[in-house]
Design a protein around this ligand. Structure first.
Ligand code: AMP
Length: 554
């Protein structure tokens, strides 16, 4: 493998970032900038306005967050020095967590501001002083109108996922907010698509912006030989479990699992080893010697799975590889083509599997456009599928043993047992022992099918994975309702039943997820007991389903 790969110039240091940020990126395990970061960070540091065309998953958050932090001097101004506007509270939380992580060493004070959260907490934080505000347009405007947020010191405004903000009807709010910021500010606009309305905003509010678009190299003809491609849509919380199941069913001889960061490499390796796989991590930071040893174990068959980042796997060429698995959709479609070029060599069949979060489906489409091949979406194996697969493996091991002719020495065991039992009973007991020794039946909860992509959900219906109030109690509860699609259930049936029976206003009902047999509904914890009681008496679609708090831990 090429030793120069880890030269600082090839990484973030070459983009001119300050040491505190470089150290944060090292600790997060980011090895090299994504294409949008490479294109956007230098002009943003130089103070230019910028229009970036990039979807979720391309690394766009760091592309604008790092330059914001580059020029941060705490306490220099009274009001925030940067404002990022985002379409949903979910994104507000994510972006502000990212700013916090990158700027930890700089002591950055960042505040997410969105509707639905008690305003008191936001007011307190604002009065103590913040450096960066990340908010949804409606709530930001609310604060401006109350006089609790002053934007006179803002040097940079970011409009993130601008197309979504326009789709959600925030155009006027955005105009009103921009009018409150200094005219000499830097303005940055990111959008996955560039319809004329976005262009119009860019023309009106940005000054000679630099334009950064994700590059589109054509793949070399024939670069996707004989590769069976597929993708699974999985919510982030269930990705590791989903990966385990997919591997159980695929049973690869030798596979490489690509992750985004070193941290993720370590977590995935640990999960897979816990599930009984022989998985090894391949890091950019490992010495050549260590890497050679890992590769040797893969070639020799004592390791079956490599877990690696792109950088660590560069130049890696293993004849035996049968599967390439993308634990995330790669940030650039070209990277996907390079990754899966590692299987299906020399006329052999290869398999490329990608796990995509609901928000990342757009990136799968970009890959399909680049390669001209469709990536079919598959359903995750269910617990029943896995059990059937394990029984099949047990059967196959028995078949193999039957084909060998070294069974005679076990005859005395059969002979002595058949005095009391018939041969079939003895065979069944032997199969049971073999099955259990190979891991036995799996006993794990089902993975719920993911919520639809965020674009289809209004702001108050978004998933809220980690909501905890200050005292550590969930302020949102998920209810399990034992009726699903098979009974013809639609979201409006649940909203109608909950609102009608318990009096909880429809606007307080959060994300609704409907699977074949059951549904999950988010409601405020404070109303949970009342709703459960009321729903237990209700008839929905002719049935009286079980209603309880969801037990599955995420
Ligand atoms: P985003 O497109 O901003 O939503 O980022 C997608 C994911 O990629 C986030 O989980 C980031 O933490 C991660 N990420 C961003 N930049 C990099 C990088 N250069 N290397 C590895 N992971 C990254």
């Amino acid at each position: 493998m090429d030793e120069d790969l880890f030269e600082p110039e090839a990484g973030f240091a070459g983009l001119g970032l300050r040491p505190e940020l470089l150290r944060a990126l090292v600790s997060l395990g980011y090895e090299e900038p994504t294409p949008i970061q490479r294109g956007a960070i230098p002009p943003l540091i130089a103070g230019e306005d910028l229009v970036g065309q990039a979807a979720t998953g391309t690394g766009k958050t760091a592309a604008f967050a790092l330059p914001l932090l580059q020029s941060l001097t705490r306490g220099e101004t009274e009001g925030p020095h940067a404002l990022a506007l985002v379409p949903t509270r979910e994104l507000a939380e994510q972006v502000s967590q990212a700013v916090h992580r990158y700027g930890r060493e700089l002591g950055v004070r960042v505040l997410p501001v969105y509707g639905g959260q008690p305003i008191g907490r936001q007011l307190q934080a604002l009065s103590r002083g913040v450096d960066v505000v990340v908010g949804t347009p409606g709530r930001v405007l609310d604060h401006i109108n109350r006089g609790t947020l002053h934007l006179g010191d803002v040097r940079t405004v970011v409009l993130d996922e601008a197309d979504e903000m326009l789709d959600m009807g925030f155009a006027e709010d955005i105009e009103a907010i921009l009018a409150e910021t200094p005219t000499e500010r830097q303005t940055v606009l990111f959008s996955a698509t560039m319809p004329p309305r976005i262009d119009a905003i860019a023309r009106r509010h940005l000054r000679e912006p630099v334009r950064v678009t994700m590059g589109r190299e054509e793949p070399t003809p024939g670069e996707l030989p004989l590769v069976r491609q597929s993708a699974y849509i999985v919510a982030r919380a269930y990705k590791a479990a989903a990966l385990g199941r997919i591997l159980d069913v695929e049973a690869p001889t030798a596979a490489i699992v690509f992750c985004r960061t070193r941290e993720e490499v370590d977590q995935v390796t640990e999960t897979l080893n816990g599930r009984g796989y022989r998985a090894e991590a391949l890091h950019g930071g490992m010495s050549q010697d260590q890497r050679d040893r890992v590769m040797g174990r893969l070639r020799g068959g004592s390791t079956e799975l490599l877990v690696a980042t792109d950088v660590a796997a560069r130049g890696l060429d293993v004849e035996q590889l049968t599967h390439v698995i993308n634990f995330n959709v790669p940030a650039a479609p070209e990277a996907y083509v390079h990754r899966i070029g590692r299987v299906g060599r020399a006329g052999r069949e290869g398999v490329a599997i990608s796990l995509a979060e609901p928000r990342e489906q757009r990136m799968l489409k970009a890959i399909e456009r680049l390669t001209g091949r469709r990536i079919p979406l598959e359903k995750l194996p269910t617990v029943t599928d896995l059990r059937a697969r394990r029984l099949e493996l047990t059967r196959a091991s028995l078949q193999e043993a039957l084909d060998a002719d070294d069974l005679d020495r076990f005859r005395v065991v059969i002979d002595s047992l058949t005095d009391e039992h018939d041969v079939e009973q003895v065979a069944l007991a032997a199969v049971k022992l073999l099955h259990e020794a190979a891991g036995g039946d799996i006993d794990e909860p089902e993975i719920p099918s993911p919520l639809p992509p965020r674009r289809e959900q209004p702001e108050n219906r978004g998933p809220r994975p980690d909501r905890r109030s200050r005292n550590g109690e969930d302020d949102v509860t998920r209810l399990f309702v034992g009726i699903g699609r098979r009974s013809g259930l639609r979201p409006q049936d649940l909203v109608g039943a909950i609102a009608g029976e318990s009096g909880l206003p429809a606007r307080d009902i959060g994300a609704i997820q409907i699977t074949d047999r059951f549904s999950l509904v988010e409601i405020p914890e404070a109303a949970a007991d009342r709703v459960i009681k009321a729903l237990s008496r209700a008839t929905i679609r002719g049935k009286r389903p079980t209603v309880r708090r969801e037990r599955y831990n995420r």
